[in-house]
Each structure stands twice: as structure tokens, then as C-alpha cells.
Design a protein around this ligand. Sequence first.
Ligand code: PLP
Length: 436
Amino acid sequence: LVDLKDHDPELFDLIEQEKSRQWRSLELIASENFTSKAVIDCLGSALTNKYAEGLPHARYYGGNEVVDQVEELCQKRALEAYGLDPEKWGVNVQPYSGSPANFAVYTALLRPHDRIMGLDLPSGGHLTHGFYTYSKKEGTRKAVSATSVYFESLPYRVDPETGLVDYKQLDRDAGLFKPALIIAGGSAYPRDWDYAKFREIADANGALLMMDMAHISGLVATGEQASPFDVCDVVTTTTHKSLRGPRAGMIFFRKDERGFEGRINQAVFPALQGGPHEHQIAGVATQLLEVMTPEFKIYSQQVKKNAAALAAKLTSLGYTIASGGTENHLVLWDLKPQKITGSKFEKACDAVCITLNKNCVPGDRSAVTPGGVRIGAPALTTRKMVESDFEQVATFLHEVLVVALKLQEKSGPKLKDFVALLDGNAELKSIRERVN
Ligand code: PLP
């Protein structure tokens, strides 16, 4: 019963440092958020001690009478939060995170080397949706995630002009490639998804349709983005982004004669995972309770308003926002017109305690040298910031960019030389003092 502070002061101090970094900086990473004390209490609870392989009331270990209730509560709240009829939809709440959730779906519903189509990584897709790198010199293709190792992937893209999913290309390529599964959803797409179009293309080619709503699951639960549940066969999500829960994953599946329930449950355990993390599952359960409150609906609306205010302010300053704006929680800022890479701008922002990430923008050919940055509103909205605060954030970003462009003139193209000039720069120091 010794506190961490006394048991391991070195580690305690590191955690305190990270806490302070999170609170001092402007947290703009679109996939991050601040969980509640209730969620943290679950993560640090006695539930972490328990082995519970299997499903509620069908476990491989004794002593699960309480844990069964925790997991069932989480399942019940997950279905309720998305307005799903338990006769028609089921959910597995055991995936350790988003990537294992996606791979469990593929394991359950596909055979090795089946064909899949997901949004390309440089277009804003996620690695687990199937992605390769190509070497022109060697004429080779390399699978980057296990998805492209075990399945054949032909990604679809966004239109480089509009920044919107190129449904025509998806339609044409799906007709030729005949995928077994089409995956909607992504990590850096600022617009809503045309599920009816995806369904039409999937049906025309005999494909299953999955939505990975990881980024927008909080917005979907509150009706601030379209629901994928009307037409998709399977929906996966993480729970730690706009949903604001602990790090974990969930898989929703239709309950029908196709038998997804048994196949998906079996893929999660025993195929891919061992004992479920019931402390995480409890954290998801308590977060889902919050998600169903009117306050969380207001929060989700504010997330969208804040992202829109940031996009509008950057546009008014003359900058290029991919797709011309945003309909959700994130903004993709195309820095190519300013002739600076996303990597350099990310480093310059780090120097003033603004945390965001380099990101591909429409028209980028490679994920290695991204031409812009991704900026998200969920975390700072949790800290009660509103539109005027986000306009101020946009002004800070503009100031940082002006300094970064001057430093780039001195440093030349290499990132290492650019970074060397950041430390001790008086203009950045002055911005940092105002940010803090
Ligand atoms: N799916 C999408 C769309 C994501 O953006 C992410 C993570 O960023 C994942 C899946 C993977 O989630 P995790 O990092 O929890 O494995």
C-alpha cells in the first residue's frame, strides 16, 4: 500500500513532468484528449489484477462474477450510446486498442490474401487499413503494417484538388479489384463520410463494408457526424480520441445469419488476444456514461465550432486549408504554398509548447515528407476553450510560422540544421511565454 511517490520517486517524477507538459502546452493533436478523473480511477483500480479470458459467463478462470458485470455494463452502454438495438447489433469491448480491433475484424471476416480497399495513408487513412511503400529505384513494394502483409490492398485516395474522397476512383478500382472488404474512415480526413456511396460500391462488388470511426466516435455518438450504423456491416473504434475515454478499442457487428458475432469474438480471443484488460473496459464503461449526457453533446458541438473557428482564422490569414475547411474535429493545414515542410513546422511549434503533428495533405506523394500539419480541437475543448481561444491559437501558429520561415532561410533545407536554430531563438521564446 505504498504510494508510487514513495515506492519509486524517479518514476513518480517522470509522470509529474509529463502531467505538467500536458497542462502547460497547447495540445492540438487530433487523436488525443484529457480523460476524466473517473476514467483514471478505473485504470488504477483492482480490476487490473484479474484474468478473465473468455466472455462474460463463459470464462477460463474462476472469480469473475464481478468482472462479468463490469464487461456487460460496458457492452450495454456501448450499444445504448450509439442507439443500437441489442437484437440487431452486438459489441466486443475487449480489443486492447484500435489496431488490434481492426486486425481482429480482418482475421474474423477474411481469408489470408483476400483483397481489401481502405483510404491511402497519404490521403489521411490509417496504417491498419493496408498500406505499402514503393521503391522506384528498386521497383519493389514493401508492406508496412500486418494488414498489407496478410491481405492484398489497393488503397483509394482523396482528389488532390478538392481534398475529398474520390468516390469515382473507388468505384472504378473496386470494379476491377473486386475487394472482399471496403474500409471507410481515417486519421486525417476533415469531412464527413458518404456511407450510402460506400454501401452502393460495396454491394456492386460483393464486398463487406467496415467503418473505422476511431477519430470521430464521440461526434457520432452525439449525432454531430453521420451514423455509419445504418449501412455498415461492422464498425470499429478507439475510445481515447473524440470519445475521451481510456486507450482501448471496440468492435460493433451486425447480429444476423452471417454469424459475425461468433467469428469476431473468436478472433479477439483466442485468435489474437489473451486476457482482456478489465480496468480499461471499466474506464470505457464510465466514459460511455458521460458520453450519453447533454453536457457531452454540448462538448462535441463545441469541438466542431472550435475546429471551424481555427480553420476560418487561418484562411483569413491567407493560408490553405485542405478541402477548404472542416466538418469535424480536425483541420489539415497545407504548408506547401509557404514552402516549408510539416516536419519543420511541427518542431517550431514544439519549441513554443504547441503540440501538433506533421501530416500528409492532398497531393502529397509520400508519407515520409508530409506537406502540412494536422490540428485537432478535442483536447483543448475539454479544457473549456471556445472559438475566440482557437482564433488566438491560430494567431500563435501564424506567428510561429513567420519565425520558422525566417529561420529556414538561414538554415537551408536540412531539418537538423533548422532544429539547431530553434533553441534560444528570442522570438520563439517570447511566443512561448505567451502560450504558457
Ligand atoms: N484507426 C484509426 C482511424 C486511427 O486514427 C488509429 C490511431 O490513430 C487507429 C485505428 C489505431 O488505434 P491505436 O493507436 O489505438 O492502435
